[in-house]
Design a protein around this ligand. Structure first.
Ligand code: FMN
Length: 308
């Protein structure tokens, strides 16, 4: 059998395969480029970029658990001007699609950032991270309030000259929010950002993180995120980008069968630097073993209508 076609297309952007790094776990790619050629990936998703410099949260920011990672990084960013000078030229050397993740403290922050990114070359997609705190609403995440979510998605969609994926938090009513962002015209929905967790330092007898709660990610969240992808696929027609616990090719195939079109790999990049190239090879071998000529044929295949 010829090599199977691993490529997928969303909003006119062709991704050579469905494996991308999850935002914030791969920086802007420079460090990993010293380890392998990033052009083997389906695309790159940058760490969330803010318009202005932002320091992020105080230490500690990371806490390992036996089955996953807690992080309270707070999306530090050097800001747009630094990105344009120091990271964008590197990204522009890559031949794969570039997805720029954006974050903000206010809706105006997002709009200003989009206005600047619109003028840049080499960007393919905007990933709108709405799981960060809105400082105009007592730090509640943008997607925890329906009206705010509508406002930010509408403004970014109307300003952006690129397709927009909206990345939602699983700690809200994510299924309704996915339906909402589809109605507003998003080109894809990312399911999902980190779950909420916490840890307590038993010697100090206080929570480990200053913000008490932290984002929880890694292999242990996969069954929950897979379930959400399945449920969201029941309700929306726009492409789903899965993010949560993808660690090996079997996880990847499960998410594809459940209905995801693209897959973002996060925490697994920390414990095996070659996770993503290995997953891509594993998907290719799986398709050959199963005599499947193109990846599109397995997307959503496990859904009820196929089983019945
Ligand atoms: C250290 C760390 C930093 C992260 N930073 C961001 C970020 O800047 N923007 C974002 O949208 N998600 C961020 N995330 C969430 C990941 O992109 C991903 O959605 C989540 O970790 C679930 O995938 P995983 O289980 O494969 O890690 C971060 C996750 C981790 C572990």
């Amino acid at each position: 059998m010829r090599s199977p076609d691993l490529s997928v297309e969303i909003a006119g952007v062709r991704f050579p395969n469905p494996i991308l790094p999850a935002s914030g776990t791969f920086g802007f790619g420079e460090e990993f480029f010293e380890i392998y050629d990033l052009n083997v990936l389906g695309g790159i998703v940058t760490k969330s970029l803010r318009f202005n410099y932002f320091p992020g949260n105080p230490q500690p920011r990371i806490y390992e658990t036996p089955c996953g990672l807690l992080n309270s990084i707070g999306i530090p960013s050097d800001g747009y001007e630094y990105f344009k000078i120091h990271h964008l030229p590197f990204l522009n050397k890559l031949s794969i699609p570039k997805v720029i993740s954006i974050a903000g403290n206010s809706i105006d922050d997002y709009v200003m950032l989009i206005e600047h990114l619109n003028k840049d070359d080499g960007i393919d997609v905007i990933e709108l991270n709405v799981s960060c705190p809105n400082l105009e609403k007592e730090g509640k995440t943008f997607d925890s309030d329906k009206e705010v979510l509508i406002d930010v998605v509408r403004k970014v969609l109307s300003e952006s000259s690129y397709p927009v994926f909206v990345k939602l938090s699983p700690n809200t009513n994510i299924i309704d929010n996915a339906v909402l962002v589809e109605e507003l015209g998003a080109d894809g929905v990312v399911i999902a950002n980190t779950l909420l967790g916490m840890a307590i330092d038993i010697e100090k007898k206080i929570p480990v993180f200053k913000n008490i709660f932290a984002g929880f990610s890694g292999p242990c969240v996969k069954p929950q995120i897979l379930r959400l992808v399945w449920q969201v696929a029941d309700r929306v027609n726009i492409p789903i980008i899965a993010s949560g616990g993808i660690t090996n090719f079997k996880d990847a195939i499960e998410f594809l069968l459940a209905g995801a079109t693209l897959l973002e790999v996060g925490t697994a990049n920390f414990f095996n630097l070659y996770t993503m190239p290995e997953i891509i090879k594993g998907i290719e071998d799986y398709l050959i073993r199963n005599n499947i000529s193109e990846i599109g044929k397995i997307i959503g295949f496990a859904r009820k209508e196929n089983i019945l």
